[in-house]
Design a protein around this ligand. Structure first.
Ligand SMILES: Nc1ncnc2c1ncn2[C@@H]1O[C@H](COP(=O)(O)OP(=O)(O)OP(=O)(O)O)[C@@H](O)[C@H]1O
Ligand SMILES: [Mg+2]
Length: 285
């Protein structure tokens, strides 16, 4: 029998190479991924204007750092732009999503009628079958992606799919990653950290499985101002919370490596303010 050799010449890969452009989050993150273009015989950084198209990005952080809020906001923005979004909710029951989506879209001045039509939800939180049988969950996701032609997927959270079986983390994350690639989704996987894990690292429950497999990681963090030194440094009252995020790596494009300060607005939306270094400098002046 003739052996089939599976390899490509670089040239053959040309036709399948994805275009590099941004998928909007409408936050400052859109300017934090960039590409290099040639202009007047020199190379300049050009913001991608979003998350890299077709990337699978891991959003990680300890509890209460704004990961879910960010995932929801991304879904809302994309749906309001007319793109179809698959939202897989593993933690929060689907009916809670409705109220929070509605309030946020009002606050962000987005067209909720459009959003209602463009977001499709799979509720894993109340269905143990989905949680235990990933093949069944993937079949349902495949159905929605094909039937509704979604191009964006948010899974909140991927770590919730391997509770009690963390030795399987790598295999499970790989399964979902390959699936999202196959169906050409630009995706966000939210992953939870334990408080015992260093809060500013990319490690999630189950080890580093998620960070090693996905295309990029964004770490969400928070710091409670507990002493006078920090209170002076950040010009924040004792007991208040400083929220930060940082792109911890991306294989597909260049990116800003600075830590940014952000706030959670009263409507539960993410507003990225400025690099931490500028935030500290501003307070010194
Ligand atoms: N509507 C809102 N108004 C004001 N603050 C809010 C609102 N919704 C959420 N928050 C605040 O934002 C915090 C972060 O919420 P979020 O649910 O995104 O955390 P998370 O990182 O997903 O946490 P977990 O890992 O536990 O899922 C909440 O703990 C809450 O303090
Ligand atoms: Mg959450």
């Amino acid at each position: 029998m003739e052996q089939k050799h599976e390899y490509y010449s670089l040239k053959e890969l040309k036709n399948n190479a994805p275009k590099l452009f941004g998928v909007k989050t409408n936050t400052k993150l859109d300017d934090m991924f960039y590409t290099i273009v040639e202009e007047n015989n020199s190379f300049v950084k050009k913001p991608l204007n979003g998350l890299p198209y077709l990337s699978v990005i891991n959003i990680t952080g300890i509890p209460d750092t704004g990961k879910s809020l960010f995932g929801e906001q991304f879904a809302l923005i994309q749906a309001s732009l007319g793109y179809k979004v698959l939202f897989v909710t593993v933690e929060s029951p689907a009916e809670f999503l409705y109220t929070s989506f509605k309030m946020k879209s009002k606050f962000l001045n987005l067209d909720f009628d459009k959003i209602e039509e463009n977001i499709f939800v799979i509720d894993v939180s109340k269905n143990d079958l989905f949680r235990e049988n990933h093949k069944y969950l993937l079949e349902t996701m495949e159905f929605v992606i094909k039937e509704k032609k979604t191009t964006i997927t948010v899974i909140d959270s991927i770590t919730g799919l391997y509770e009690h079986k963390e030795v399987m983390a790598r295999q499970i994350v790989r399964l979902f990653y390959n699936f999202l690639k196959k169906y050409k989704q630009t995706a966000i996987l939210i992953s939870q950290k334990r408080s015992s894990q260093s809060s500013d690292s990319a490690e999630a429950a189950g080890g580093l499985a998620v960070a090693h497999i996905v295309d990029g990681t964004i770490v969400f963090d928070k710091k409670v101002i507990e002493n006078k030194w920090d209170s002076n440094l950040y010009n924040l009252p004792l007991g208040s919370v400083l929220r930060t995020l940082r792109i911890d790596g991306c294989r597909l494009t260049g990116h800003d490596t600075k830590t940014y300060v952000f706030e959670i607005t009263e409507a539960g939306t993410i507003n990225i303010l400025m690099p931490l270094e500028d935030f500290v400098k501003k307070n010194k002046e």
